[in-house]
Design a protein around this ligand. Structure first.
Ligand SMILES: Cc1cc2nc3c(=O)[nH]c(=O)nc-3n(C[C@H](O)[C@H](O)[C@H](O)COP(=O)(O)OP(=O)(O)OC[C@H]3O[C@@H](n4cnc5c(N)ncnc54)[C@H](O)[C@@H]3O)c2cc1C
Length: 223
């Protein structure tokens, strides 16, 4: 009997649930092997990144061990590897550490934050698209408030303590909310008044949260 290989690339929400559903559906097909490949040994709960960036949640709370999630599924192999190429001719997924033959390949590698080519964003901006991003952002915010609290020049002090969030989609809005909740603790930590820490949200459209129903988005605008 020839084996059918299904390779799922990416263990985020998409890849994880695809693997879970396929594993359940095909559990009686002994000739099917499913390989789930992710560059990390864990699934990242992306929907809580802003909570890590604003120091409310420890990064470890967002990591779900992929081996453990599929430990009871004998026909699922979980592999930690970074995929660099899919060779359609030889039907192989190529990773940094190995090659994985496939009959069916599912690409679920997520997305990258987009700066739309805006000058300066790459050099001076921060993105929130991974746990590393969230860590970097949290450390930067903490450092800026620390430096701002020590700064005696009023103009420079304001600059250290003004945070601008560009984009009022879910990520930007949730980040602004988390940062606002973090303000009192930061202010206490560095001995300044919470009102000195300013949060500005920027949006190119005339309204905010434009993916929501207008009535709901307007409620948010007024909070
Ligand atoms: C702060 C924030 C809040 C959000 N809140 C919500 C919300 O409330 N509700 C909602 O519906 N959505 C929300 N989202 C969006 C949601 O997180 C994404 O839509 C979802 O994570 C997309 O799932 P995915 O599986 O496509 O990609 P991802 O979750 O990004 O997973 C992709 C996986 O692929 C892996 N990978 C990437 N490249 C490679 C490679 N070359 N080799 C091997 N592995 C690779 C990555 O390590 C990752 O594990 C939020 C996003 C953010 C950033």
């Amino acid at each position: 009997m020839t084996q059918t290989n299904i390779v799922v690339i990416g263990g985020g929400f998409g890849g994880l649930y695809t693997t879970k559903h396929l594993a359940k559906k095909l559990k009686k097909n002994k000739d099917v092997k499913i390989t789930l490949i992710d560059k990390h040994p864990y699934m990242t709960m992306m929907t809580s990144l802003h909570e890590v960036a604003a120091d409310r949640v420890d990064p470890s709370a967002l990591k779900y061990d992929l081996q453990r999630l599929f430990s009871r599924r004998k026909h699922v192999d979980v592999v930690t590897d970074e995929v660099t190429k899919i060779d359609q001719k030889s039907k192989k997924v190529i990773g940094k550490n190995g090659e994985y033959p496939y009959d069916y390949a599912v690409l679920a590698i997520g997305s990258q934050p987009n700066d739309f080519g805006t000058p300066g964003v790459k050099e001076y901006g921060f993105t929130l698209g991974s746990l590393d991003d969230a860590d970097r952002l949290r450390n930067h915010i903490d450092l800026m408030v620390h430096l701002g609290a020590q700064e005696r020049d009023p103009e420079r002090r304001k600059q250290f303590l003004n945070f601008v969030i560009v984009g009022t989609g879910f990520t930007g809005t949730e980040m602004a909310g988390e940062l606002n909740s973090w303000k009192p603790e930061l202010a206490k930590r560095y001995n300044l008044h919470p009102d000195e820490i300013k949060i500005t949200m920027m949006e190119m459209a005339p309204t905010v949260m434009n993916m929501l129903d207008r009535a709901d988005a307007d409620k948010l605008k007024n909070t």
